[in-house]
Design a protein around this ligand. Sequence first.
Ligand SMILES: Nc1ncnc2c1ncn2[C@@H]1O[C@H](COP(=O)(O)OP(=O)(O)O)[C@@H](O)[C@H]1O
Ligand SMILES: [Mg+2]
Length: 339
Amino acid sequence: MEKAIEVRNLTKIYKGGSVAVNDVSFCVSKGEIFGFLGPNGAGKSTTIKVLIGLLRPTRGRLFLNGVNIVKHPEQIKHNTGYAAQETAIDDRLTCLENIYLQGHFYHLPRKEIKKRSEDVLKMFDLFDKRNNLSNTFSGGMLKRLDIAEALIHRPKILFLDEPTLGLDVQTRQAIWEYIRNLRYQNEMTIFLTTHYMEEADALCDRIAIIDQGRIKTIDTPENLKQQIGGDIITVSFSEISNGKVQKTLEKVKQISQVKEISLDKNKIYRIVVNQRGDKIIPEIFSISQKNETNINSIRLQRPSLEDVYLHFTGRTIQEEEENRENLIKTRIMKRRLRR
Ligand SMILES: Nc1ncnc2c1ncn2[C@@H]1O[C@H](COP(=O)(O)OP(=O)(O)O)[C@@H](O)[C@H]1O
Ligand SMILES: [Mg+2]
């Protein structure tokens, strides 16, 4: 696989000594959607800013499409697109004016700007709104415009820093669809950062979990979940079976794929298996039948990226992010009220 991004031993220490990125190495293949998943302060934005030439690395070697960008930073601008964590849209301008401005920034000919603006606005379903002032746009539309702007010079690699931060679930999913289309239709390489598990899971071919400036693990979402164990089957039995449940569980334990069985406080048994649980459920049913125990309910749970994150960092991302999320929502609300 050809490499679009190659990062070798990147360290970024800010003035004042804060180590934001600590000896990070990874590669992204051409056409891949690659995600940095991690909490606030993990070093995600810093990594992007170094890769698009906004910051100088303290140490490390960086290549974009094989070009050493520490030696040749002038090569970055025309090959990369960047949508920052906070959208960079002038809300006194119309949608089209905003995008034209971006075209001029890349010194594109006027005719070309017009054509390309139409193309990207259509791609992001904003063409009908092209003459509206962007201060009338919703959060999701602003984000779409921001990403569209980043594409005006047809970059090969797109950097998206928290592309759906603070947006509601539906809007978030719509943006995922635009991002997927970009990859399929334009064979673009996309590097994104997020602290949303579902986003990383739904969108990324591979994920790096980053915490306190260090990469904890890199793999496909599927492999990451596999690594930490197989499926979990939860079962509850009806009251009348009480006397017979133990015997049934003894037998279930003898199934070779069953790793462990535990009981939670709601009288639900958690059966951890070391492979696909859907194959084992029928066996559990037949054992129960033979032992005359009645199953009340049975559920199959696949390990989530949440479990993976917990496994690698010892913390859940949710707790850390909830406060920040509220802060951003309040900020968006305030901005709307000001208009
Ligand atoms: N301009 C800066 N000067 C000093 N420290 C910074 C600066 N920007 C970020 N940091 C620090 O670097 C660390 C990583 O920040 P950042 O890359 O923004 O993380 P993330 O994007 O994952 O939230 C944090 O501890 C942050 O406080
Ligand atoms: Mg950030």
